[in-house]
Design a protein around this ligand. Structure first.
Ligand code: HEC
Ligand code: HEC
Ligand code: HEC
Ligand code: HEC
Ligand code: HEC
Ligand code: HEC
Ligand code: HEC
Ligand code: HEC
Length: 361
């Protein structure tokens, strides 16, 4: 290889590893906005007075689109598309199934989570400037410059006919008008900012024993092929939407029938079965726990703060001594037996306990 070719090859290799200082300066000079992730948007865009945007999104397929890349069908699609890595690591798949797939690491804040799939900023553009301005209280009629108002053209960038998908999924054709209505999350008149509610604090201040750390923490290890994609499998299940569905019009209908008025996402009578910790006091949860996870890993496996270190996890006895629970049907019953029995007209499919408890995995 001639020297010039070698220099060229090396500079290409290095460029793929290092951010060029000149690039960084350019980004700073332009004050380029970065991706903050959907939970940051939820700081203001959730709750009934805001139009429940976050919950409507979390209850939609878009929030599961990254998790979908671990379905058996994904492997088939990947094969047909000639992908050489697993779908979760293939930029081609991620470009439609997640946010910021092609962004440089510096364009993603620490709060950004690829696991959230197609999220607010996938459609509205990176939101750091909007968030900074709104947090500072500069309530300018801002957003037209800071954020994108999506057009139908944007949907079609991902929702286009693809042979690989058509062959494997045999899905119905994409109906743009209907899909647009399906994902609608308008602001109501008299719009007000909301936020993800906090758990009620209890009277006492001492709560010894294990604390709930949240499914996202478990998911830091329980992911990938080695762990049989446990986090993504859970993410695709209705349990991961259990809190989100309390923010839908359907939930308000059910709540009315059951004599609960007010916001179901804050009412202990609904939270009891639609979240991991139900009505447990705040002192029982670690700072990493998130109420919006719905029914997370620890709802079935027990609070994890004491057993979740790798050394204990690998030791069955030690894990059980530290609070890891055997999952039997007794665990499912308090939530599933007679759920919504008082609202037969709500038409829930089968409040009875499913016969196969393996379903959860
Ligand atoms: C600190 C509070 C806050 C946070 C966090 C926040 N927003 Fe907003 N957002 C607002 C307020 C307030 C408005 C209304 C401003 C107005 O009417 O001019 C708004 C308006 C919007 C609009 C409407 C724009 C339009 O054309 O009228 C969109 C879209 C939006 N936000 C998306 C987001 C996204 C995406 C995120 C996360 C990246 C986010 N917001 C985070 C407070 C917030
Ligand atoms: C051009 C955008 C685009 C690309 C690239 C793409 N997908 Fe998709 N994918 C979609 C859309 C849109 C859907 C929704 C289903 C439909 O209507 O076709 C979907 C659906 C799926 C589903 C079904 C999800 C479910 O809930 O059942 C799987 C699995 C999937 N894609 C896997 C992949 C894999 C693996 C790759 C990479 C080899 C990939 N996709 C690349 C846009 C894309
Ligand atoms: C799949 C794309 C998509 C995703 C994901 C998405 N939005 Fe939107 N958003 C839209 C579209 C489309 C509109 C309506 C634009 C219009 O009517 O002109 C909209 C409108 C809005 C508005 C303005 C509503 C109004 O009444 O003016 C807000 C605020 C907003 N979105 C916030 C969010 C937040 C917060 C998230 C994430 C929790 C989110 N969006 C996720 C596509 C999306
Ligand atoms: C970045 C790519 C992307 C964009 C942009 C996008 N979507 Fe999607 N959408 C997906 C993927 C991927 C899925 C499949 C998720 C799954 O099934 O796990 C999906 C699923 C959906 C579904 C559910 C389909 C079903 O079979 O239940 C609807 C409805 C939808 N999108 C509407 C829209 C609309 C309306 C827009 C434009 C405002 C839009 N999407 C923009 C990638 C995208
Ligand atoms: C630091 C990484 C890590 C974290 C965090 C973690 N785990 Fe584990 N977990 C492991 C390992 C490693 C194993 C053992 C796997 C094996 O031996 O095949 C395991 C095993 C398990 C098992 C099977 C154990 C048995 O004896 O039957 C369950 C159930 C489990 N973990 C649940 C959880 C839950 C729930 C959380 C969150 C509260 C969690 N784990 C957090 C690494 C972790
Ligand atoms: C005793 C436990 C329990 C309580 C309390 C409870 N739920 Fe549920 N809820 C469930 C179970 C279990 C399901 C799933 C049932 C099924 O799909 O068969 C469910 C499903 C739902 C659904 C999904 C329906 C759908 O169409 O997909 C909504 C919405 C809902 N509940 C709202 C509420 C509201 C609002 C409250 C408070 C008034 C509440 N739930 C209280 C256990 C409960
Ligand atoms: C709805 C209840 C439920 C939820 C939520 C749940 N699991 Fe499980 N999990 C189960 C059941 C049931 C089993 C099977 C137990 C058995 O066979 O004895 C199981 C088994 C496991 C195992 C052992 C698997 C094996 O092959 O031995 C691991 C590890 C695990 N779960 C981790 C998780 C993680 C991580 C999460 C959250 C991302 C989670 N689980 C969420 C009910 C649940
Ligand atoms: C903390 C309460 C809670 C526990 C514990 C729990 N579930 Fe659930 N489960 C729910 C709620 C709430 C829903 C409805 C979520 C939704 O539709 O959005 C649900 C939904 C389901 C569904 C989907 C039903 C449908 O019609 O789509 C199955 C299956 C299921 N659970 C199985 C189990 C099994 C098996 C166990 C025990 C290993 C278990 N659950 C433990 C609360 C719970």
């Amino acid at each position: 290889m001639s020297l010039r070719v070698r220099v060229l090859v090396w500079s290409l290799i290095l460029r793929s590893f290092y951010i060029q200082p000149s690039q960084l300066r350019a980004a700073e000079a332009h004050n380029e906005p970065t991706y903050v992730g959907a939970r940051v948007c939820a700081e203001c865009h959730t709750g009934p007075a805001s139009g429940n945007q976050y919950s409507l999104w979390l209850a939609s397929k878009h929030s599961q689109s990254y998790a979908a890349l671990t379905k058996p069908e994904a492997e088939q699609i990947a094969r047909l598309s000639g992908a050489r890595q697993e779908p979760e690591a293939t930029v081609h798949c991620l470009s439609c199934h997640s946010s910021a797939a092609n962004a440089e690491p510096r364009q993603r804040q620490r709060t950004y989570r690829i696991e959230d799939g197609v999220q607010c900023e996938t459609c509205h553009g990176p939101g750091s400037e909007h968030v900074a301005r709104q947090r500072a209280g500069t309530r300018s009629p801002c957003c037209r410059e800071e954020l994108r108002r999506p057009t139908k053209q944007l949907c079609l960038r991902c929702h286009l006919q693809q042979t690989s998908h058509a062959v494997v999924l045999k899905a119905r054709a994409f109906d743009l008008e209907q899909a647009w209505r399906e994902i609608a999350h308008p602001r109501p008149t008299g719009w007000q900012m909301g936020g993800i509610p906090e758990l009620p604090a209890s009277g006492g201040n001492q709560h010894p024993g294990p604390k709930y750390v949240g499914a996202y923490t478990c998911g830091q290890c329980h992911r990938g092929a080695r762990f049989n994609h446990q986090y993504s499998r859970w993410r695709r299940s209705p349990h991961a939407r259990a809190w989100a569905v309390l923010g839908t019009p359907r939930a308000r209908e059910i709540a009315r029938e059951e004599g609960v008025d007010g916001d179901p996402q804050r009412d202990p009578r609904c939270l009891r079965c639609h979240t991991t910790v139900g009505t447990a006091p705040r002192q029982l949860v670690a700072s990493t726990y998130e109420i919006d996870e719905g029914v997370g890993c620890e709802a079935c496996h027990g609070p994890g703060s004491e057993y979740m270190t790798e050394a204990i996890m690998r030791d069955r006895q030690a894990a059980r001594r530290n609070g890891l629970r055997e999952v039997s049907k007794e665990v499912c019953k308090p939530c599933h037996e007679n759920a919504h029995a008082k609202a037969p007209r709500a038409g829930l499919s089968s409040p009875a306990l499913p016969s196969n408890i393996q379903w959860a995995q």
